[in-house]
Design a protein. Structure first.
Length: 159
């Protein structure tokens, strides 16, 4: 995970990876449902893991370094994570029921993610890179590996 030297590079690449999984889900949900379901499940777990990484590791280091915890970007990002999670769950329910009619929920999710990711990529990640040392970033990357799967692999048991 630590080939990247900056938070910005790593998390932008993860955003891109997640975007591709979601596109695969959208493109195959009406023609190859098993493939779509697999892509969605990987997307869902990946996005949940991404959020855990941010909330457990990135946001605390930002808040500790800047003193901004009750105000600033991280409370906004956490609130948006809750909204993203609600849309993700709405799509998950349709996938679980093998219902491909999730276009409206998908568009809402994409709108939320688009705005959210732009704020992170253009402002928050570069700001975190500025207030952290290379060693601190390496610690973050190392800590990401030790977060147990049960923190983000939520759902989908028998679906």
């Amino acid at each position: 995970m630590s080939e990247q030297k900056t938070i910005t590079e790593f998390f932008e690449q993860d955003h891109d990876r997640l975007d591709e999984l979601f596109k695969t889900f959208q493109q195959s949900k009406r023609s190859d449902f098993p493939k779509a379901k697999e892509a969605f499940t990987e997307f869902k777990f990946g996005l949940q893991r991404h959020i855990v990484w941010e909330e457990d590791l990135l946001f605390p280091i930002w808040e500790q370094k800047t003193g901004m915890s009750d105000s600033g970007p991280t409370p906004v990002m956490r609130n948006e994570h809750r909204q993203i999670g609600q849309q993700l769950e709405a799509i998950h329910q349709k996938v679980a029921n093998q219902n491909p009619d999730s276009d409206q929920e998908e568009q809402t999710l994409l709108d939320l993610l688009g705005s959210h990711n732009r704020k992170e990529e253009r402002a928050l990640y570069p700001a975190i890179d500025k207030v952290t040392s290379p060693e601190e970033r390496e610690t973050v990357f190392g800590s990401m590996k030790s977060i147990p799967e049960e923190r983000y692999k939520l759902c989908c048991g028998s679906h």
